[in-house]
Each structure stands twice: as structure tokens, then as C-alpha cells.
Design a protein around this ligand. Sequence first.
Ligand code: SF4
Length: 222
Amino acid sequence: MPRSYVHEARRRVGPKRARIVPIVERLAAEYPEATIALRFRNELELLVSVMLSAQTTDVNVNRVTERLFEKYKRPEDYLAVTQEELERDIFATGFFRQKARALRATMVMLLEEFGGRVPHSLEELVRLPGVARKTANVVAAELGDPQGIVVDTHVRRLSQRLGLTKQEDPVKIERDLQRLVPRERWGLFPHLLIWHGRRVCIARAPRCEDCAVNDLCPASRV
Ligand code: SF4
């Protein structure tokens, strides 16, 4: 895209600081039901679901966890079976060897260092084996205490298209978003972008004509 066109588009929509609140509000009105698609009933199930969701779909994880959570209710249950048995039980989520290893190591740490409970702070969550910053952010947000902003492929694409960041690296994108998005919306914001990214601002062919924020978006084709 020619530079002059990009410049003109940015000028047309105005500064990101002025756009962020209307963007959040309009998307929140558009997707009042935007929330995490994983199914869980307690903090441990939340942590396990998010760990299993790496490199697969939430639908797939829900299919697996429906049975998994009937069998594994406490951290001890993940350690009471062999690695191979756990691998079989989570096989359909992919990367089952890595995930089973991470789950078992995480359960050991939960029992040894956290009294069998899931910690709430980001610093503690990222210490759990196999729990990267993104996983920790998702878990903390669902526990009602978002301490960062989850950046997945949709959040990254939409933040760039909406002119909220010029960065490529997820950690730098998160930093830009943290400076912009009101703190009380940190948990909701990624859900809004993910829902919008799946339905309207699709990767290959964004449906700008149907987009609720097209007048606030420098990448709008309308
Ligand atoms: S106007 Fe188009 S590019 Fe911008 S957010 Fe909407 S769908 Fe995406």
C-alpha cells in the first residue's frame, strides 16, 4: 500500500487514543456474548483447558475435556496414572506427549508449591511448566484478575489493521495495547477482537462493509 494512502487513512480516522474507547464499546455492543469458548467448572479445569488449547481449536479441547474432567478432578489424579495413559486421554488435542508432560509437571508444582491450588498472579502462573505468558494471561483474565492482554493471531491481526500497533512481536503488541486499552477492559478486549476476527475481520477477506468499526479503522476498504 503506498505510504501516502496509509498516511491519509490514519489521518481520516484520527489518533488511536481517541478511537480505542469507541472501538471497545461498539464491539462490546456487537458481541455481548463474547467470552472464552473453553468449557470448565473450576480453576483447575480452566488451567488444564487452556494448556490443552495450544495449537488446536477450542471445540476440539471441549470434546476431549468433557470426558477428561470426569476422570481427573484433582492435581493428584493426573499423577496417579502413567504418562502414557494421560497421553491417550488427551491424544485428540495434538502434541499430546508434550502436553501430558507439561500437565504432570504442572500438577507436581501445584501440589508442592501452591497447596494444590491454581495461583492467580501472572508471575506465579508463568512458573508452571508449559505455561507461557499467553496461557497465563488467559487464565488470570478468566480468574477475574487480568494482568495483561492476551495476544493471539486474531488480536495481532486486528490490532494492526485497526492501527493500534505497528509491532509484529506479541510481547510488544501487548505492551502497546496495555498503554491504550482501559485496565478494566483488559480481560474482555481480546475476546472482542477474537469474535470480530472470526466473523467479520477475517484474515484473508475482511468484510469491511459489515464492520461496526469501519469508520474507525485505517485499513477499512469501505
Ligand atoms: S474495517 Fe475492515 S479491516 Fe478494519 S476492522 Fe473492520 S473488517 Fe477489519
